[in-house]
Design a protein around this ligand. Structure first.
Ligand code: NDP
Length: 312
């Protein structure tokens, strides 16, 4: 009988059985175990979302970590994270596609005045607004990585004038990409829709605040599916309440789940989604998790390595 392949697993989102089933078709001997199980002491790999502080450092046989998400802030926020370990994240085209659907939905809801028509229909009112032309409407996608570049391309394919922002220069069909502080300002100043799909790092924490909202166009609409800590929520509410921004759709918030007492819930021009714009899916991602486990165990670099110094 072959000895089980013990892999530590922690996620408060997906039950362990979900990934056990997804992975055992590819690695029949795999046994996912909780980090506090005795077998976890032998685990060379942990696959995880948002592990409690010290979880990873507490596993003595670890060679590597696999993030059960495309973002890695939920792991790097742990001050005890052992930086020498191999560290892979997911890059799943399914998630890019799901995010593109959600961003387009959020843009089109506003672009085609759906809130106004829904409200009018509750009063049985027949009102007709003239829609804006997509080509005259500018969308800025902040973050042009694995997800953002795909989203920007799809937005451009819908006919919107599409610009974007990244650290390094990009060539994406239909998209004018900007970099640096100047590029950031250009995006804010030109866009009717500002969409953040940035990772959470020291540089992007609180990036959207009173000063940066003030730089946005009068009437601009803000969409965030990056991370909640990138947005100073009180400043967002103030920018909308004084009529400078026309509203926001947020898939991520500073505290998740969003507390019931948060003013974001009841704001008439803010739409809250519960961090579902692009969810990790074992059907589409198990293959790369399995490959990363095998690579780490044999001492090789997995695909989609995280740059720990850069924070994404
Ligand atoms: P990537 O790492 O592939 O891309 C990140 C992008 O952000 C890159 O284009 C990078 O620039 C840019 N960037 C990072 N820091 C800066 C900076 N300081 N200045 C300018 N540009 C910067 O990430 P993904 O596309 O895979 O995912 C992005 C984020 O989306 C995740 O980190 C996560 O937070 C969020 N996410 C949210 C989900 C949800 O359900 N709401 C689901 C999945 C992800 P460069 O290319 O030059 O390095």
């Amino acid at each position: 009988m072959v000895a089980p392949l013990y892999i530590a697993y922690h996620s408060n989102d997906d039950p362990m059985e979900y990934w056990q089933q997804g992975l055992e078709m590819l690695l029949p001997d795999i046994r996912l175990v909780a980090p506090d199980a005795p077998e976890a002491q032998k685990a060379e790999v942990i696959i995880t979302w948002d592990p409690p502080e010290g979880t990873i450092a507490g596993l003595p046989s670890l060679k590597g970590v696999i993030s059960l998400a495309q973002g890695v802030d939920h792991i790097l926020k742990d001050p005890a994270f052992p930086r020498h370990l191999k560290f892979a994240r997911l890059i799943d085209p399914y998630m890019s596609e799901a995010m593109a659907e959600w961003v387009l939905l959020s843009i089109l809801e506003k672009h085609r005045d759906s809130e106004i028509y829904r409200e009018a229909s509750t009063r049985k009112e027949w009102i007709r607004l003239r829609p804006r032309v997509a080509a005259d409407t500018c969308v800025a996608v902040m973050g042009l990585g694995a997800i953002g570049s795909h989203v920007a391309e799809k937005v451009a394919m819908m006919g919107f004038r599409t610009i974007g922002w990244a650290r390094s220069s990009k060539s994406i069909p239909g998209v004018t990409a900007h970099t640096g502080d100047e590029g950031f300002s250009t995006c804010l100043e030109e866009a009717d829709f500002v969409v953040s799909i940035l990772p959470l790092t020291e540089e992007t924490r609180d990036l959207f605040n009173a000063q940066t909202f003030a730089k946005m166009k009068n009437g601009a609409f803000f969409i965030n599916s990056g991370r909640g800590l990138q947005v100073v929520e009180d400043d967002l509410i103030k920018a909308i309440d004084k009529g400078h921004l026309s509203g926001a759709t947020l898939d991520v918030t500073r505290i998740e789940p969003l507390p019931k007492e948060s003013p974001l819930w009841e704001h008439p021009h803010i739409c809250i989604w519960p961090h579902v714009s692009a969810q990790t899916n074992a059907d589409t991602a198990a293959h790369q998790v399995a490959d990363a486990i095998l690579a780490i165990r044999s001492g090789k670099d997995p695909e989609n390595v995280v740059n720990v110094d850069r924070g994404y």
